[in-house]
Design a protein around this ligand. Structure first.
Ligand code: TNX
Length: 765
């Protein structure tokens, strides 16, 4: 592989924390399977796999699957077993395909008793999944593996169960890709969506265009830290590489053997800067362009007026099609700014010639032209939900990422849809609010949130069921600065998604999932996955405020553990107060808490959160306009003593989409106010815009208000803190008005959509 390894400062991952106490580690619950099968029944005595056990595979076609089984046995420390074609009386593992026994595609039946293991697949995929289940069932011992006696009948809920990997922003070696594919098959995914091209690097060898290898595959340097930080800092090191066609063939074969389809993504018309750097004539301005060195959305995209753009893309796709047998090809379609097209004579000419109303229609033309080409080759396109704008290509599958709306709209038009809403399925977001977490993309998507996602809310109608192909998890790699960090971010969230994709909704239960997840530790460790064990850590259950106090409820999902805490700033130790009921705070304090096992040994990281108690804590707040549900829709969050963090969906922020904030706080009686404070968010890359005007007003009677403060500019990129000292103002009511930016201006991320106004903790002192 043409791959230049850039070593960065190793991040210390906290994933190997001994979160599981001794007692739990020793007893593996019966059939701790992920995903949970449709039907499982415990029965009779266990089967023991020993050196004398034989694998029975009736025909040669099954021998490669038998080979995989032997590989799994070896991975778990067992011996390779002989493969024979006809069955002995006992002590064998039968693998077979028999579509008369199982009716659902990708389904399998697994029968285990003391004499034999019989694994029957409806098809090769089903058989494979049966073996993955077997792998999760066995308990490896010294000279034998024991497998509990049981009967399993199983098949997937969705026929599309995908995980992506972005190799443009950061590159991963072939060995990593194979390991990833192995992990996907272990958890019964059937699709690997390989994001091969983007602004920061082109990663697939295209023989007809050598500059894609010599130029587009490389960037001069890479951003250090988060893209929201300003000024940007860079590492000064050339970075890049690509997968050769030979490597890709090898990977496609490897995935196929494991029943995984690889869907390649060749991004267009946006996210194309690397390709433009190599072939500037493909852009509207003609360049020069440079492969991007930081993350974001870039104005320079493929020119839609230039026919040679299409010639280039069709030639590229010809080589792609020869490598990937997948029926579906992902052509991107997301985040394509239209500024260049608006100013480009050729794009405008095309628009006029075709009498297109606007540039969205031009994008639609672009996608449809490529669709036609791919359809003529017997392939179908998948595009991100932006391909709905300006008119959907006739046969396109929509991948709904900016929420579920795009997916719903596509289903209404009877198009095939894959749901991957950002708020649930993006594994580049933080999975914990602990400040020690390694740098991540944006918000907060803990394991439980992923698990809670339901793509087909009951009662599902037949149209929805027919057109919703399934779900996918996204592994964008801007902040995946090492292989270990990528795995840390993806796992275990991918396991929650696997269960969502496979298991019937009625059989899903988070608590039970966690029990099974803890039991996956051995397998994940064997596979070398430094997964994030943050799911058992202490988190808030709730934070309530009333009558000038704050009640803090804590919880941990870890059974048999004890939470000890302090509120005097000391470190909680084995003798600190045991948490048993909500902690009531009546003055400003920091809650520090830690988990302890039965032996009074501390487990995991320290939980720490400061509360600022002020005059408005617990006071009633009336909002004039509706807040956005996906943050925290309740106005009480503004006065709960807890300030929103930079992980903006920590449910502490109150958000307004396109509309204004107007909140009135009733302090109950007239009081002397010396200070007001609040925070607003200014993260344009997340469509979050500080108010164009913020006003703070006070009133004694709730009718007549006097302005105390006004601010029209919020220069800080990120959290803007507003602190307003006052000269003993007498007030019962405090009113806060924030005028929303409204529509996001052109040239900015999310242009044309609603700006979000986010505010938290209105402090009154
Ligand atoms: C949006 S998801 C993107 C990606 C970024 C991702 C970061 C999508 C279709 N586009 O280019 O990597 O956000 O979370």
């Amino acid at each position: 592989m043409h791959y230049k390894r850039i070593y960065r400062i190793a991040i210390t991952l906290i994933s190997w924390m001994p979160m599981t106490t001794g007692a739990q580690a020793s007893k593996k619950p019966f059939a701790a399977l992920i995903p949970m099968p449709v039907h499982i029944e415990q029965s009779g005595a266990p089967f023991y796999i020993t050196a004398a056990t034989k694998i029975v595979a009736a025909n040669k076609g099954l021998h490669s699957i038998a080979g995989l089984l032997n590989g799994y046995l070896a991975m778990a420390g067992g011996k390779q077993l002989p493969v024979i074609t006809a069955g002995p009386k006992e002590n064998y593992i039968l693998i077979e395909i028999d579509s008369s026994v199982i009716s659902q595609s990708e389904g399998y039946r697994l029968r285990i008793d003391k004499g034999a293991i019989q694994c029957t697949g409806r098809d090769a995929a089903g058989l494979m999944y049966g073996l993955q289940t077997l792998r999760q069932l066995w308990v490896a011992g010294k000279n034998k593996f024991s497998v509990p006696g049981c009967m399993i009948n199983d098949h997937p809920r969705f026929n599309y169960r995908g995980m992506s990997l972005d190799v443009s922003r950061h590159l991963f070696p072939v060995s990593f890709i194979k390991k990833y594919i192995d992990l996907l098959s272990l958890y019964k995914f059937n699709t690997f969506h390989w994001h091969l091209t983007d602004d920061q690097g082109w990663r697939i060898e295209i023989k007809q265009y050598p500059k894609l290898q010599s130029i587009a595959a490389w960037r001069d340097e890479t951003l250090i830290g988060h893209k929201k930080e300003s000024p940007h800092r860079f590492d000064g090191k050339r970075y890049g590489g690509y997968y050769t066609q030979q490597e890709i063939k090898e990977i496609v074969q490897y995935a196929g053997d494991r029943q995984i389809t690889i869907i390649p993504e060749i991004e267009m018309p946006g996210h194309a800067l690397a390709a433009l750097a190599a072939y500037p004539r493909l852009g509207c301005t003609g360049g020069p362009y440079k492969t991007a060195t930081f993350w974001g959305v870039f104005d320079d995209v493929y020119c839609a007026g230039n026919d040679s753009t299409f010639t280039f893309l069709q030639n590229v796709l010809d080589e792609v099609l020869a490598l990937f047998p997948s029926r579906y090809i992902h052509i991107g379609g997301d985040e394509c700014p239209k500024n260049r097209w608006k100013a480009c004579a050729r794009c405008q000419q095309r628009k006029q010639l075709l009498q297109l109303p606007d540039e969205h229609a031009l994008q639609s033309y672009f996608i449809q032209r490529i669709e036609k080409y791919l359809n003529s080759k017997g392939r179908q396109i998948i595009g991100w939900d932006e391909i709905l704008e300006g008119g959907l290509a006739p046969n396109a599958t929509v991948m709904s990422w900016r929420g579920e709306e795009g997916g719903k709209a596509a289903i209404a038009q009877h198009h095939r849809v894959i749901m991957t809403p950002e708020a649930y399925c993006y594994f580049d977001y933080y999975q914990s609010l602990y400040p020690e977490e390694p740098l991540a993309a944006g918000g907060y998507t803990p394991l439980q949130k992923v698990y809670s996602y339901e793509p087909l809310p009951a009662p599902a109608d037949s149209v929805n069921e027919q057109f919703l192909a399934g779900v996918e998890g996204q592994a964008w790699s801007e902040y995946f600065t090492s292989d270990a960090k990528a795995l840390y971010m993806i796992f275990p969230r991918a396991l929650a998604l696997a269960e969502l994709a496979w298991t019937p909704p009625g059989k899903r239960n988070y608590k039970n999932f966690l029990q099974r997840l803890r039991a996956q530790k051995t397998l994940l460790q064997q596979a070398g996955v430094p997964y994030a064990a943050t799911f058992d850590e202490i988190v808030f259950q709730s934070v309530h405020s009333a009558g000038n106090t704050v009640q803090v409820s804590l919880q941990s999902a870890l059974p048999q553990s004890i939470i000890r805490y302090t509120i005097d700033n000391s470190e909680p130790g084995s003798e600190s107060a045991v948490y048993s009921k909500p902690i009531v705070l009546s003055k400003t304090a920091t809650v520090k808490a830690a988990l302890f096992d039965e032996q009074k040994q501390r487990v995991g990281r320290l939980f720490k959160q400061s509360f600022r108690l002020h005059k408005a804590v617990g006071a009633p707040v009336v909002l004039q306009n509706k807040a956005v549900d996906r943050f925290n829709p309740g106005p009480a969050v503004l006065v709960n003593g807890l300030t929103g963090s930079s992980r903006y969906n920590d449910s502490q922020w109150l958000g307004f989409s396109g509309n204004d904030l107007q909140a009135v706080i009733d302090l109950g009686q007239q009081q002397t106010v010396h200070r007001l404070a609040l925070q607003v968010l200014n993260y344009h890359w997340q469509r979050m815009w500080a108010p164009v005007c913020l006003q703070l007003l006070a009133s004694k009677d709730g009718h007549l208000y006097t302005e105390l403060y006004r601010q029209d500019a919020f220069p800080v990129n990120g959290i803007n803190k507003v602190e307003v000292p006052l000269q003993a103002v007498q007030a019962r009511y405090i009113k806060v008005i924030g005028i929303n930016k409204g529509v996001i201006p052109g040239g900015e991320y999310g242009a044309g959509g609603n700006a979000l106004l986010l505010i938290d903790e209105i402090v009154v002192e």
